[in-house]
Write a protein that binds this ligand. Structure first.
Ligand code: ADP
Ligand code: MG
Length: 379
């Protein structure tokens, strides 16, 4: 290579360029006018995975246009891998013969990194969009959820009004008047006192009360009113309701134990009529559940904390099995031949409107306990 520098010539010296070609890191081929490889450097053998004798004197085989840089993919014989190469071509004249010098560079790894980069850019972009739209998305979800809940509530209300509402209105209309008449008749028989048929009278009265209860629950269910809140003495209210319910089941010999002392002097803000319905519904079920004579019902009440009272109503009836326990508050769920399945549903709704809570625990053959919690004040 000594000649370069001292003796620069205008045309390429053949020996010079051959030496340069052999030392280049890019693969270089010298191809004659017939497309036959006349010279290839070690980088070229490596690129194709071939020996020199497999290249020299063989057709080059790759299409080349003569000037611009082109990209071609080739399959390497050695490892069978397909690689991407960038091909440059230059035309020279050597001893009057036209020859092509082509250089090939493996750009697979460059392309791979480029692809990885553009993938990374796409991911970056997606991330950016997602974070930018996250708040918007969350807001939309909140809005949609709100709408759904609202329309579900409306639907529930509408179906209450349509199905049960019609039924309740009809039953109320059909039954209320005759019931009032029976009650009047029973009263006047009792007044006359000539051989008073006490047993029958009692039965009549009991039936009336029962029917009245059914009507009340049906009506409440179909158009449960917002509570009319006012301060009331909760102890006496429970006492009174328990007594009234017990009198309805007077033919059943059930022991009712009450411990309401802790409620002495406690007033809570509530709807008195609705709370009477709550306790009478729970107690009715308890009386239904217990046996004559062996039956026991406990009502224990007191403060749960500074803001709440708690009322526990337990019975020693047969209990509620696991599947039924999950459903007792469902409207129309009943295991009784003449039940409406509305008592506990109405009860729960009333308690919810009072910002209170109701729960039930039960053990097979041991009994059932309802827990009612009510706040002292309403917000
Ligand atoms: N104390 C209880 N003991 C056993 N089962 C009960 C008790 N309270 C409620 N249940 C069950 O819950 C069901 C639903 O009660 P409720 O809503 O009052 O409707 P209904 O009394 O008309 O059946 C009852 O049919 C009964 O199976
Ligand atoms: Mg009931």
């Amino acid at each position: 290579m000594g000649k370069i520098g001292n003796d620069v010539k205008s045309s390429t010296d053949a020996a010079d360029y051959r030496e340069i070609v052999l030392g280049l890191r890019d693969a270089v081929f010298v191809i004659d006018g017939n497309g036959i490889i006349r010279l290839a450097n070690p980088a070229a053998y490596q690129l194709f995975g071939l020996l020199s004798e497999e290249l020299i004197g063989k057709p080059f085989g790759l299409p080349f246009s003569g000037k611009e840089t082109t990209r071609v993919s080739i399959r390497r014989r050695g490892d069978g891998r397909t690689i991407q190469v960038e091909m440059k071509v230059a035309v020279i004249e050597e001893q009057g013969e036209k020859k092509y010098i082509t250089s090939l560079r493996d750009i697979s790894s460059i392309l791979e990194t480029e692809e990885l980069r553009s993938q990374a850019r796409v991911q970056e972009k997606v991330k950016e969009i997602l974070t930018r739209d996250k708040d918007d998305f969350e807001r939309q979800v909140r809005e949609r959820t709100g709408q759904l809940i609202k329309s579900q509530e409306q639907l529930e209300k509408a179906s209450r009004l349509s199905s049960v509402g019609v039924l309740a209105a009809t039953i109320a209309h059909e039954l209320r008047n005759p019931l009032a008449a029976i009650k009047m008749a029973a009263y006047s028989i009792k007044q006359k006192k000539d051989q008073p048929p006490d047993k029958q009278l009692e039965t009549i009265n009991k039936k009336i009360e029962e029917s009245d209860e059914i009507i009340s629950n049906l009506l409440s269910y179909s158009r449960l009113k917002q509570p009319h809140f006012e301060p009331l003495d909760i102890g006496p209210l429970i006492e009174e309701t328990a007594e009234l319910t017990a009198s309805r089941f007077s033919q059943k010999q059930v022991r009712v134990k009450k411990d309401l002392r802790e409620l002495n002097e406690i007033r809570i803000v509530a709807d008195g009529l609705q709370l009477k319905q709550v306790f009478s519904n729970i107690l009715n079920n308890a009386f239904d559940a217990v046996k004559d004579k062996a039956g026991e019902i406990d009502i224990i009440a007191g403060r749960q904390d500074n803001d709440r009272i708690e009322i526990l109503i337990s019975d020693n009836g047969p209990g509620i099995d696991q599947d039924a326990l999950a459903r007792v508050f469902e409207p129309f769920f009943t295991t009784k031949s003449k039940g409406t399945g509305l008592g506990l549903s109405v009860t729960r709704d009333i308690i919810t409107m009072h910002q209170g809570e109701i729960g039930v625990t039960s053990e097979k053959d041991k009994g059932t306990r309802f827990i009612v919690r009510l706040p002292l004040k309403q917000q």
